[in-house]
Design a protein around this ligand. Structure first.
Ligand SMILES: [Zn+2]
Length: 336
C-alpha cells in the first residue's frame, strides 16, 4: 500500500531519486495546504526511471519554502523501489501506469492502491491532475489527454502545442482522473534532461497560480489521435544490427511526430521468416495488416501515419512497445 502524509516528509527536498526510498519506503501521497483548498494533483515516478517529474516538483516546493502555496497540492510519488534501481519497474512488479481505475487488472493489489489514491483525491475535490513522464526516443515535449473537452485542451496546451488524445492503453493515471477533473500526462523528453525539468517546473508554476482553466486559443495547436500501439511479437528476435529476425531501421528514431507517407520502410525481415509487427487498435483488436505491408523482406507502411515514442532501446520495446501510431485531428473536430 501507500503512505499518506499531511506535511512535507523531512529530507524530501534534498533527496535524489535513487535515495528517495530512504525517506519514502513506500509509494507516498503527500498533501500540502494552500490558499485555495481544491488541490492540484501531481503524480511522478509511476515509472521508476523517469525522473523529470520528481525533480520538477522538488524545485517547485523549494521555491515555495516558507511561503504560502497559492493552491493546495497533493503529490503522489509512485514506484520508489524501481526508482532506487533506475528502472521503469522491477521484474516482479506491474506497470504503475496501467493499474489505475479503468484497468482490466483491477484485482491486483497495485490496482487497489491506485483506486484508493483516486478515491482520496475525489474526496478532497481535486481541481486538476498532472502526471509527469519521460520517454526514450527523440520526441518533442508533448501533452496527452483522454477527453476532448476545452478544460482538458486548455490544461494541456499550457504545456505544449503538440497534443495527443488517446483512450488505450487502459488503466493510465490521466484517464482515471479524467473522470474527476481536467487531467493531462506530460511527456518531457529524456529523463533528467535539464530542459525537461525546467519546462515541467514552469508549467507547474503556471497551473498552480491559475484560478481557472479558461479558454486557450487552439489556433496553433497540433492535435493527434492515437490509433494503434505497435509491438514486436515475443517469438521474434529483433534489433538494429541486421542480425535478428526483425531488423528495425536505425533511421526510424527520427520519425517521431513526422507525418510519414505510404511506403515508408520500417524494418528488414529475415527471408522466409514471415515475421510481422503487431498493431493493436483502441479496442485491442490486432490491426497489423491495416498498417504494414510485407514485400521483398521489408516491412513498409501501408497507411500514412505519424509515430510517437519510437525508440532504439530494445528493453523498452520489449517491456512497453515499439511505438504508437497517430492521425491528425482536423481543426473542425476540436472541442468548442
Ligand atoms: Zn512513463
Amino acid at each position: 500500500m501507500f503512505d499518506e502524509y499531511e506535511d512535507l516528509p523531512e529530507g524530501l527536498l534534498d533527496a535524489s531519486v535513487e535515495t528517495l526510498h530512504e525517506i519514502l519506503p513506500n509509494p507516498a501521497l503527500i498533501h500540502l495546504k494552500g490558499d485555495i483548498a481544491e488541490p492540484l494533483f501531481i503524480s511522478t515516478l509511476l515509472h521508476g526511471n523517469e525522473t523529470t517529474g520528481f525533480y520538477a516538483v522538488q524545485n517547485l516546493l523549494r521555491e515555495y519554502q516558507g511561503l504560502n502555496l497559492p493552491r493546495s497540492i497533493s503529490v503522489f510519488i509512485g514506484n520508489v523501489k524501481a526508482a532506487e534501481k533506475g528502472v521503469r519497474r522491477l521484474d516482479q512488479q506491474v506497470d504503475y501506469n496501467r493499474v489505475w481505475p479503468g484497468t482490466p487488472h483491477h484485482y491486483l493489489a497495485e490496482a487497489h492502491m491506485m483506486l484508493k489514491v483516486t478515491e482520496t483525491m475525489r474526496e478532497r475535490n481535486v481541481w486538476a491532475s498532472i502526471d509527469i513522464h519521460n520517454n526514450t526516443g527523440k520526441n518533442p515535449h508533448y501533452a496527452c489527454i483522454n477527453k476532448l473537452e476545452t478544460s482538458f485542451t486548455s490544461l494541456a496546451c499550457m504545456f505544449s502545442e503538440t497534443l495527443v488524445y488517446f483512450i488505450t492503453p487502459k488503466g493510465v493515471q490521466s484517464a482515471a482522473f479524467a473522470e474527476l477533473c481536467p487531467a493531462v500526462t506530460l511527456e518531457c523528453g529524456l529523463s533528467g534532461d535539464a530542459s525537461g525539468i525546467d519546462h515541467a517546473l514552469n508549467y507547474l508554476k503556471r497551473v498552480l497560480t491559475a484560478t481557472e482553466l479558461g479558454q486557450h486559443a487552439l489556433d496553433s495547436v497540433n492535435l493527434y489521435h492515437t490509433v494503434a500501439r505497435v509491438n514486436v511479437p515475443e517469438l521474434y528476435s529483433f534489433g538494429f544490427e541486421d542480425d535478428a529476425t526483425i531488423n528495425l531501421l536505425p533511421e526510424i528514431e527520427n520519425y517521431n511526430f513526422k507525418e510519414l507517407p505510404v511506403g515508408t520502410p520500417l524494418a528488414k525481415i529475415e527471408p522466409e521468416s514471415s515475421a510481422y509487427l503487431q498493431a493493436f487498435g483502441e479496442d485491442e483488436r490486432e490491426l497489423g495488416r491495416e498498417f504494414f505491408e510485407y514485400e521483398n523482406n521489408q516491412i513498409t507502411l501501408k497507411k500514412a501515419v505519424m509515430p510517437a515514442m519510437l525508440t532504439m532501446d530494445t528493453q523498452v520495446i520489449r517491456q512497453d512497445c515499439l511505438c504508437y501510431l497517430m492521425e491528425r485531428v482536423p481543426a473542425d473536430k476540436f472541442p468548442k
